[in-house]
Design a protein. Structure first.
Ligand code: SIN
Length: 558
């Protein structure tokens, strides 16, 4: 099916051609790029800011894999399935946990330096939901930064790999058969590649990361505006599990008005023995779950939220004073510095924490080769829904997912290339603009979307509060249509395109969350407080209606 909806944008003023265009430069995107190059394919990496500015570099805790003595992929699989609350795709999880350890070893071979003990073995920590020490880390609590450094350095040393930084991807281009044939993008630069352009390609890989900016407070960087999911929806792809947004339990609480990216206090801090306490310094996780503070993340986030409601406070506390100054400095230097920069000294003080949006467990639906439902369009990393996370991602499984499924995408592209199944695609770049244009919201819509979503579709949801959020989002769409009809449309530019992407993703997320009338994993309904396996142990698939452009969610057949 050809792309039916597009962002309003000027016609592309320049065009370039490649074999594979990869959008995003986190662990997933760069792994695809490096591996397709090994297969002899040309590749262009498009990234919204600088190569190392995505979500990967913010990952603290680490990367989970059965690397330790006595640990096995089977045990990792069990923990992942329990956290996923009945809706993981077991085959995808099996791929993740069995291919994961070697994928990590290949990452080490590229140059990622993980923390090691005196015996030269990789040090492993624990996080929520893991029954074993299985999380490899780097620089103490700077794992993502080290992985990003190693991959960026490998990418930069390949002169054949073309990089386009500061570029916002707009829409997919397809050929007459509906096969992905490239994309349009806007480069925020100067010179030859300035403004809106097009990249023709034989295949397109989305690795654009998350959508945390759809909420007011998130651990995600400002660039995480759901661009990949929005593009895929407009291109007619299926997205799944959008309602399962993971709220990280322990984000540094900076006050009631704090907005945008908030500092994370890694679960590894609890993994090394910190406690969650209330203002009276009472541990409230004890007795709630066999793993206490290391229960799966949804359980801890809910317990903190309940405790905040019970005590009428806006945060709880993390107590790591017993670590002492040396351990804080050696094991958690990033978190120590970040807390201190906000006036909290974890060596002597409790750390105020509350949950904030952290990870999208759902996304663009893929099979085990990373193929989406649009031929030639692939997705990996947080933008994708491979089925490994189910209703609640197990801590530190996301870097691993990005790595493993990126390698699989590259292998699939290499196979197709070898077998002649990756031909040039004919695309009429100008004609492709005939699809219906989505009127753009004003840039101020971004803050309003975030307020609406935090109020109505955050940690605790109900039919009433989601209806209010859906109505607010519909009003923003009506305003955009009215301005377009009066010939006073918002200018096509980065702020309005991002607002349009956030609006689409928010609308789709609320449509799915309103439909799922049960509580499961990180989807918590106060009006349907129980898990309902009979009706809801399945995925919700969301697509855009070709006629109206509205997201429609349908439960998958049993
Ligand atoms: C953390 O360090 O707590 C975050 C790890 C993750 O989200 O997997």
């Amino acid at each position: 099916m050809p792309v039916s909806h597009r962002l309003t944008a000027p016609a592309p003023g320049w065009t370039t051609t490649t074999d594979v265009v990869v959008v995003g430069s986190g662990v997933a995107g760069l792994t695809v790029a490096l591996n397709v190059r090994k297969a002899g394919l040309r590749a262009v990496v498009v990234t919204k800011a600088m190569l190392d500015d995505g979500s990967t570099r913010w990952a603290q805790g680490g990367i989970a894999a059965a690397l330790g003595e006595g640990d096995t992929p089977e045990q990792h699989l069990d923990d992942t399935l329990v956290a996923g609350a009945g809706v993981c795709d077991e085959e995808a999880v099996r791929v993740l946990v069995t291919e994961g350890p070697d994928a990590v070893r290949r990452l080490i071979a590229i140059g990622a330096a993980f923390d090691k003990g005196a015996d030269g073995e990789i040090l492993l920590t624990r996080e929520g939901g893991h029954h074993r020490r299985r999380i490899a880390h780097a620089g103490g609590d700077a794992t993502g930064a080290e992985i990003s450094r190693a991959l960026v350095s490998a990418v930069r040393s390949d002169p054949g790999l073309e990089l386009i930084e500061h570029a916002l991807v707009l829409d997919l281009l397809t050929d007459a058969d509906g096969h992905a044939a490239g994309l349009t993008l806007h480069v925020m630069g100067e010179g030859q590649r300035d403004g809106v352009g097009a990249i023709r390609a034989k295949a397109v890989v989305l690795a654009t990361g998350g959508m945390g900016q759809v909420f007011s407070a998130t651990t995600n960087p400002a660039v995480s505006t759901g661009d990949g999911v929005a593009l895929a929806l407009r291109a007619g792809a299926e997205v799944t599990d959008l309602e399962f947004v993971q709220f990280h339990p322990t984000v540094l609480w900076l006050g009631p008005e704090a907005e945008g990216q908030q500092p994370l206090v890694s679960e590894a801090v609890r993994g090394e023995g910190a406690y969650l306490v209330d203002a009276d310094e009472t541990r409230f996780m004890v007795g709630q779950h066999e793993l206490n503070e290391l229960a799966p993340r949804d359980i801890v986030a809910k317990a903190i939220t309940r405790q905040m409601q019970l005590k009428g406070t806006e945060h709880m506390y993390l107590d790591g004073r017993h670590f002492g100054a040396e351990m804080w400095a050696e094991r958690f230097p990033t978190i120590l510095a970040s807390c201190r920069s906000h006036g909290i000294d974890p060596v002597t003080q409790l750390i105020p924490v509350s949950p904030a949006a952290h990870h999208a467990s759902g996304g663009v639906r893929t099979d085990l080769r990373g193929r989406t439902t649009v031929p030639g369009l692939y997705a990996c990393g947080e933008v994708a829904c491979t089925g490994v996370h189910g209703a609640n991602r197990l801590a530190s499984n996301s870097l691993l997912e990005g790595l493993v499924f990126a390698e699989r995408i590259a292998a699939d592209l290499a196979d197709r290339h070898r077998s002649g199944d990756l031909p040039e695609r004919a695309v009429d770049v100008a004609g492709a603009r005939a699809a219906r244009s989505v009127p753009l919201p004003a840039p101020e819509a971004r803050a309003e979307i975030q307020r609406l979503m935090s109020r109505g579709a955050g940690v605790l949801r109900s039919a009433d509060n989601m209806a209010a959020t859906a109505a607010g989002l519909a009003l923003l769409a009506e305003e955009a249509h009215a301005h377009a009809a009066e010939e006073k449309p918002a200018d096509p530019r980065v702020e309005t395109w991002e607002a349009a992407n956030l609006h689409l993703v928010a609308t789709a997320l609320v449509a799915a969350a309103a439909q799922r009338r049960e509580t499961r994993g990180c989807h918590w309904r106060e009006d349907f407080p129980e898990r309902d396996d009979a009706h809801w142990q399945r995925h919700l698939i969301t697509t855009l209606s070709v006629a109206t452009g509205a997201p429609v969610s349908t439960p998958e057949e049993h």
